[in-house]
Write a protein that binds this ligand. Structure first.
Ligand code: GRG
Length: 283
């Protein structure tokens, strides 16, 4: 077993050796671009770790880990298009640097590329990887749709929010870990247990991501701080602020979040006042 930093280094060198540059360059350059931007590489690291938990050298899991990371990066390109986000990992998003159509098509190609990495495995392992991959991809789409639907609703509940982040974010973290277990050819029971662990880890991760969106350091966050709030995303902080706020504060928040687009500083200040400075801080 290695440290997280060592696994990140392994993934970084693996990705730097992958050459996705071929013709037509307007399709493949954006793919190379987003993959080279790096990021934390959390999901592929978890795939390698899961394989080693079940006594299998991480090298065997590298193709599955690559598939997970390529898929994740594809979903980021399309997510940034949907949010019209200017920044990703501190750099221009793909649709900003190229254009919308390039972002859509390069993303589509990445979805297929991701799938092709599973073809490096024997048929029995390949079949299981393909199965969890297609289930996960569909659930991520469902989670993304809930997220979009919630933007125009002001009655979203915490359980609905938790279901949304489970699908949008956590299932991929869970699948990343299960893929490590599948490659290790451990028991179905073990693979399901590590999937559940990954699901909870993914939910915790998205809660933290929501927090950083509102209160993260712009110098290190890599995305536009307040991006979710501008889009009226129903984040945990927002929902909790509604729960903790007085009737008057709730009315103010609902009003602010019904105006779109609007300056996010008012929205963040409002959430902070309720959630951080006052009631929630002592709850
Ligand atoms: C699945 C077919 C299909 C379509 C995609 C666009 C979309 C549908 C889904 C978007 C899902 C999405 C982007 C969820 C957000 C997950 C999230 C917390 C991303 C940030 O992950 P980090 O912090 O990023 O791990 P780095 O940059 O470190 O890789």
């Amino acid at each position: 077993m290695h440290s997280v930093a060592e696994y990140q280094q392994i993934i970084a060198s693996h990705f730097s050796a992958i050459n996705t540059l071929k013709e037509p360059k307007n399709l493949y350059e954006p793919i190379q671009y987003i993959l080279a931007l790096g990021g934390k590489r959390m999901r592929p690291v978890l795939t390698l770790m899961a394989a080693e938990v079940f006594d299998t050298p991480y090298e065997k899991a590298l193709h599955a880990a690559t598939a997970v990371e390529v898929f994740h990066n594809f979903s980021l390109i399309h997510d940034d298009i949907m949010d019209d986000a200017p920044l990703r990992r501190g750099k221009e998003t793909v649709h900003e640097k190229w254009d919308l159509n390039t972002g859509i098509l390069s993303g589509d190609a990445m979805l297929i590329l991701a799938y092709q990495y599973f073809e490096n495995y024997e048929p029995q392992v390949f079949q299981q990887l393909a199965k969890i991959f297609s289930k996960t991809a569909l659930e991520v789409c469902e989670g993304q749709q809930y997220d979009v639907d919630f933007e125009t609703r002001d009655d979203v509940t915490i359980p609905e929010y938790l279901k949304m982040i489970e699908y949008k974010t956590a299932v991929l973290v869970a699948a990343a870990m299960k893929m490590g277990a599948i490659v290790a050819e451990t028991s179905t029971e073990n693979a399901d247990l590590i999937y559940d662990f990954g699901l909870n880890l993914g939910i915790a991760f998205q809660l933290q991501d929501d927090f950083l969106d509102a209160f993260g350091d712009p110098a290190t966050f890599g995305k536009q701080v307040g991006g979710d709030i501008i889009e009226n995303k129903k984040t945990y902080l927002y929902l909790k602020a509604l729960e903790f706020g007085t009737a008057e504060e709730r009315e103010q928040l609902l009003h602010l979040f019904s105006i779109q687009p609007t300056d996010n500083t008012d929205k963040i200040a409002s959430i902070k006042r309720i959630f951080v400075d006052t009631k929630a801080a002592s709850a």
